[in-house]
Design a protein around this ligand. Sequence first.
Ligand SMILES: Cc1cc2nc3c(=O)[nH]c(=O)nc-3n(C[C@H](O)[C@H](O)[C@H](O)COP(=O)(O)OP(=O)(O)OC[C@H]3O[C@@H](n4cnc5c(N)ncnc54)[C@H](O)[C@@H]3O)c2cc1C
Length: 495
Amino acid sequence: MNETQKQAGAEHFDVVIVGAGISGVGAGYHLQDQCPDQRFAILESQESFGGTWLTHKYPGIRSDSDLYTFGYRFKPWTGAPIASADEILKYMGEVIEDNRLDQHIRYQHHITAADWSAEKNVWSLEGTRKDTGEKVYFTANFLWMCQGYYEHSEGYTPKWPGMEDFKGKIIHPQTWPENLDYQDKNVIVIGSGATAATLAPAIAADCAHVTILQRSPTYFIPGRNENELADRLRVLGIDETWIHEIVRREILYNQDLFTHRSFEEPEAVREELLGAVREYLGPDYDIDKHFTPRYRPWRQRIAFVPDGDIFQGINAGKASMVTDEIERFTEKGIQLKSGEELEADIIATATGFNLCVLGGISFSRDGEPIDFAKTVTYRGMMFTGVPNMVWIFGYFRASWTLRVDLIGDFVCRLLNHMKANGVKSVAPALREQDSDMPLLPWIDPENFNPGYLMRSMHLLPQRGDKPEWQHTQDYWLEKEELPKIDLEDEAFVYR
Ligand SMILES: Cc1cc2nc3c(=O)[nH]c(=O)nc-3n(C[C@H](O)[C@H](O)[C@H](O)COP(=O)(O)OP(=O)(O)OC[C@H]3O[C@@H](n4cnc5c(N)ncnc54)[C@H](O)[C@@H]3O)c2cc1C
């Protein structure tokens, strides 16, 4: 069979979900639960499920938010709040097995192109099987994009002068080699985010020394990796389903308070965060230099540090902080702008991600390329003029998965509404009252400004200044608003 014949014989589904990470598996669950008559497939590039938790294999890889809220609302989490990638994969594996989702997932299916036909009201998808190299073709009435937000094959490493001179190894944590020998080696970890804070303590005991080199400091919340309320309820023999719900509510209530406080009294919150670090490192440590960020709390994700392990490494003399800028790489290590030279056998660049908008797929409408940067987002999940497609982009300040469940309910309601009304397509469009609405970049840098978003803002859809036309990043608002969205609002154009 030639490619044209194969394309003509493309397998059809009511819904295709792209990606089998925490979003795609959640989407599959909700679809099966709330729209049992929709035939669907989950197409996933990698050889297994898990997305982020499968891709990242560096030592110590763990969540930085609690699993009571990072877990789905429908499957109780029964372990310690902060979980390793393996524990998250086990949890997701149980969701797949318990709900027989495996029959819907096609692994090694990398989707490369998607074209919407206005005449047929279907998406035609094209991809490649990563194991055989064979081309694959599908059609779908509805496309549910759960492809995450970054390039899975390679992390972001800035180009520094002299990198080629360095005689040791330069490794990005996202592509950490399985058998990397760091025993008794001097390691520099460049970065100050959650990855650096996880990796450094995980390897410190085995290395000769780990230096965390950061340009500027980050906020951390140190604390015990336990949830007192959950433990207490377990002692009382309460059912795990109840514990999950109660503990989620408590955590979300506290996070809401914390978020509001960080806007209303940033100085007090800042002092509390720094005070907790000071408790670990003592009064003589230079907290100002190494742990006092220049930005307001909550403008970037704040990582929880279980048992303050990074600070314990510092206290034990196995890890140290350097806050400085890189002048260049040298044969032996890194020359800093201050003049100091750091020596290393291995340099780990925990410098973030390459943003990948919509899975790197070439989207078109009747053969005309779609430029997402020219579209306006409907609540950070749909795009003006792009029919029958929803994207899951979770929360930064709350667990990503909270939005997976909320959008899951929305999509299922929308699909059921379309079926009941016999309509074939829906696309958001600006309404008359939106005609003079200012169009702004995807996210307000004053509100949240991680590097991978700032570097790629020009590729992302635009937002308006009303909650309908932006990803508000506000779980507490959305949990009230999303279930009440009027599907007959003029923002939805049906055909
Ligand atoms: C190290 C690390 C720790 C994190 N910790 C937390 C945390 O504690 N709490 C939190 O809320 N968030 C955290 N995040 C953010 C995290 O990425 C999300 O919370 C969540 O895991 C994203 O899930 P996802 O399913 O949307 O995307 P991903 O996990 O990125 O999964 C997307 C999947 O789609 C597949 N895919 C992509 N493109 C295609 C294509 N074209 N064709 C087929 N398949 C495709 C990918 O292979 C991948 O498996 C963390 C991120 C990282 C990198």
